[in-house]
Each structure stands twice: as C-alpha cells, then as structure tokens.
Design a protein around this ligand. Structure first.
Ligand code: ACO
Length: 428
C-alpha cells in the first residue's frame, strides 16, 4: 500500500486512493479503481491533469523550463552529444561506451536503404503532395515490407523494427523531398554520418559530388537532438494508444506522424516561419501582437506558448544560438531572424503574454535555421517526424515491454439523446 493517500468524497461517502511518487515531478493520484469503487469516471479532456502512463525516459518541469532525457539536461546533450548517442540513450537508458556507440551507429547505417519496391510507392503521390502525406503513407506501408520484424511480443523483432524505423526515416523524408522536385532519389552512403547522409540524400544530385558542410551537419544533428523526445505529447500519446492494441510498430509510427502534422503540434514550425515572413518587418509586429491578443481573431503567435512549459522552452534557447552559427557558416543574413527576435522581445514585455506565461517554444526559431539550410517550409514537420521517431520507438518499446500494459480505452461524459424508439421515415 502506498504511504500517501488521497481522499475523495462522493456524496457522504469517502474513498481513499493511493498517491504514487515518481523520481521527480508531481505525485499522481492512482484512480485506477475509481470506477469500480464509486461508479464514477474522471473528466479531463485534453489530459490537462492526467498522467497516462509510467515512464522513465523524459522529464519536463514546465514551470522551471527543464527538460531531461534519462536524467541528462537537454542543453548538455545538445552541446556535447550526437543524435545517434542521444537515440541510444533514449532507447537503452544509459549513455553508450565508445564500442557500444560504434556498434549502434553501424547497425543504423546498415538499415538506411529502403526496399526497392517502395520507390514505386512514391509515384502514386501527386508531385505537389505534402511530405507529411507521403511520410504517413510510406511509413505505414513499411509494415507490408518488413514482416520479419512485426512480432511485437518478440524483443528481437522490436529491436530490429526500431532500428529500421530510425534508419529509414531520413531516406523516406529525403525521397519525399526529391519527389516533389522531380529529381532522382539519392541512395544512402554508408561512409557518412546519420545526419550527413540525410543532407546528401536531400540536397545531393547524382551528377555531382555532394560535400557535407560540417557546421550545417552539426546544426542539423543538434536540431534532431532537440526534437528526439518530449514526454507524453500528442503524437507520442497517439503512438502509445495505437500500440496499446498490439498494432505493429510501423503502423503506430505512421499514426504518430499523422498527429504530429497538425499546426498545434509539429506543424507549428512551418506555421511560425510563414507567420514571420507574413509579418515581414519589425514595424508590423505590434499589429500582429494585437491580433494574437484579440479573442475574436483566430490568429495566434505561432511558435509561442506550450501546454507544459510556462517558462522559456530550453530547446528554444539552443535553437536561437544555432541560428547564429548557421547564418555565419552559410554567410546568410535573413531579416526574418531580426523580426523573430524583436517579436520575442515585444511579446515577452506584453502583459497578455506575461500573465498567460506564453514563451517561445522549440518551433519559433527552428524554421529560420531550416530555411537557411535550404529546406522548404513543407519539409519542416517531416524533419521533426524524422527526429521524433527516436522518442516514439523508445516510448513504444517501454510500453510494450511493460507486463502490466493494457489497451488504452478512455471513457466519456455522454451528452447525447437518451434511449428513444426508431421512427419509420414516412412518420418523421
Ligand atoms: N498566441 C496567442 N494566445 C495564445 C497562444 C499564442 N500562441 N497560445 C496560447 N494562447 C492563449 C489562449 O488563447 C488562452 O487564452 P485564454 O486563457 O484567455 O483562453 C491561453 O493562452 C491558454 O492557451 P491554451 O490554448 O488553452 O493552452 P494549451 O495548453 O491548450 O495550448 C498550444 C498550447 C496549443 C501550444 C498553444 O499555446 C498554441 O496554439 N500555440 C501556438 C502553436 C504552437 O506554437 N504549437 C507548438 C507547440 S510545441 C510543439 O508541439 C513542438
């Protein structure tokens, strides 16, 4: 029995529920027996007060602006780690030794190719298809190609499918981009890093040697680290819910990609850059700030606000630094960066944003970097999906490995008609 108890009074009856303690963060009231004991459900649309699972991967303290992966602060990982190392950490719980990292990188590298028949899949899409539409379709289709890794009760199958997903995602995303341009697909090159390989598959052409610019490779790798996992966000919860029914991992990750696409989630980086370009020059910012505050105007400051962070998103800090590094390396000077910094300054000094604790999130600056590297805005969310695949598969593995795992099945507050009798059409 848990040491702490929470009491709930329903009418004149009192019920005790155990209070569970995590290693950090708020305690949770374990209400799993609530319905059995009281005949009542809880009501929490949007899960604002609900812990949907137990997890040892990622911890966020939204009030303090803290993000830890397996205990390591995101700033330290962004500064010192690589995306492959962070992926290993998320999947396995500990940082790898040099030997373990080499083996992991080698394994991922040797899974980057797609089944040749999948190339034909792309032809089914219109040239102007959004890359996320292609990603949803192609990733879901992987389950039809890799039957030998879809037995989710077999840990070895889970491991291979996880490696395949992480390894093939850059190839799938780069091919989506190439398809939109009408350029030939570029096969992976095993001599390059995970990120260098992705850049080459995206921007290289068979007719020319592609040279990876180290500063761009580093910035891109860091962007991947910053997006690798983020606790029980909407797309991760979607992956977990899809996986809870026993669906295969490729189908589950396709579900996560679909959820990520929305402008309130992963689509916000595309929306944020479009917004900054629409604002154009710093003198127009006050007008847009007023619009964002107007309840009758649907306009919101994209890249601002977060369900969990009520402080500066620690990933946004790293993103802002990375903008400078990329601009310097590529010798670009996009006025949109100045507009973004001025918008941030004005919003943070505005009572509306201060009172509601709305700060820049990871998406506010990421689009500026990606645009400088050469990605069109439609690719932004696809890059997010590529990186978040690591978190999705790590969370999915954690869930499936838990012997207590059950299908996710929420209940509802029903407000429709009560039972009534069918009326034949001639009597209506
Ligand atoms: N601009 C203007 N007002 C905002 C903004 C914003 N960007 N974000 C929140 N608000 C206001 C809301 O209107 C609401 O005001 P009210 O209390 O007067 O009704 C209040 O702040 C709280 O906002 P909610 O939408 O209730 O907060 P929620 O936690 O549900 O939403 C969300 C979080 C969806 C991220 C929201 O802040 C938003 O839409 N931001 C813009 C989109 C964005 O940047 N999304 C990326 C999120 S990070 C990620 O997915 C990687």
């Amino acid at each position: 029995m848990a040491d702490k108890q929470a009491k709930l009074n329903v009418g004149d009856q009192g019920f005790d529920f155990p209070v569970l303690e995590g290693s950090c963060g708020p305690d949770v009231v374990d209400i799993r027996k609530l319905y059995g004991q009281t005949g009542k459900f809880t009501f929490d649309p949007g899960y604002k007060s609900t812990a949907s699972c137990e997890s040892a991967l990622t911890y966020i303290d939204g009030q303090e602006g803290v993000l830890l992966h397996r205990g390591y602060p995101i700033g330290q990982l962004a500064e010192n780690s690589s995306f492959m190392e962070t992926a290993y950490l998320l999947l396995n719980g500990e940082l790898p030794s040099g030997q373990e990292l080499d083996t992991f990188e080698n394994t991922i590298t040797h899974h980057t190719m797609l089944h040749e028949q999948l190339r034909q899949f792309y032809q089914g899409f219109r040239r102007d298809a959004h890359p996320m539409a292609i990603m949803c379709g192609v990733v879901g289709a992987l389950s039809a190609f890799y039957h030998d890794s879809t037995d989710i009760s077999d840990p070895e199958h889970r491991k291979i499918s996880s490696h395949r997903l992480i390894a093939k995602m850059p190839t799938i995303a780069a091919m989506a981009y190439k398809y939109s341009l009408g350029q030939p697909f570029v096969y992976p090159d095993n001599s390059l890093s995970y990120t260098g390989n992705f850049l080459r598959m995206t921007f290289g052409v068979p007719a020319e040697e592609y040279e990876v610019i180290p500063e761009v490779e580093k910035a891109m790798d860091r962007i991947f680290i910053l997006h690798a996992d983020h606790e029980q966000n909407a797309s991760t919860s979607t992956v977990r819910l899809a996986g809870s029914s026993g669906a295969n991992p490729f189908a589950c990750i396709a579900a996560g990609i679909a959820c990520l696409w929305g402008p309130a989630h992963g689509g916000a980086n595309e929306a944020a850059l479009n917004m900054l370009r629409e604002i154009g020059t710093p003198d127009k910012i006050p007008h847009y700030i007023e619009r964002a505050k107007d309840k009758n105007d649907p306009f919101r400051l994209m890249g601002f606000g977060h369900r969990v962070y009520k402080n500066y998103d620690p990933r946004a800090t790293v993103m802002q630094e990375t903008v400078r590094e990329v601009f310097e390396a590529l010798k670009v000077d996009d006025p949109v960066f100045e507009t973004a910094m001025r918008l941030e300054e004005l919003a943070l000094n505005d009572d509306y944003f201060r009172e509601k604790k709305l700060f820049p999130n990871v998406d506010f600056y990421s689009g500026i970097i990606l645009s400088a590297i050469g990605f069109p805005t439609t690719m932004f969310t696809a890059l997010f999906a590529l990186a978040r695949t690591v978190g999705w598969v790590a969370q999915w593995n954690e869930m499936i490995s838990d012997p207590a795992q059950v299908i996710g099945r929420p209940r509802q507050l029903y407000t429709g008609p009560t039972q009534r009798d069918y009326i034949p059409v001639d009597k209506r």
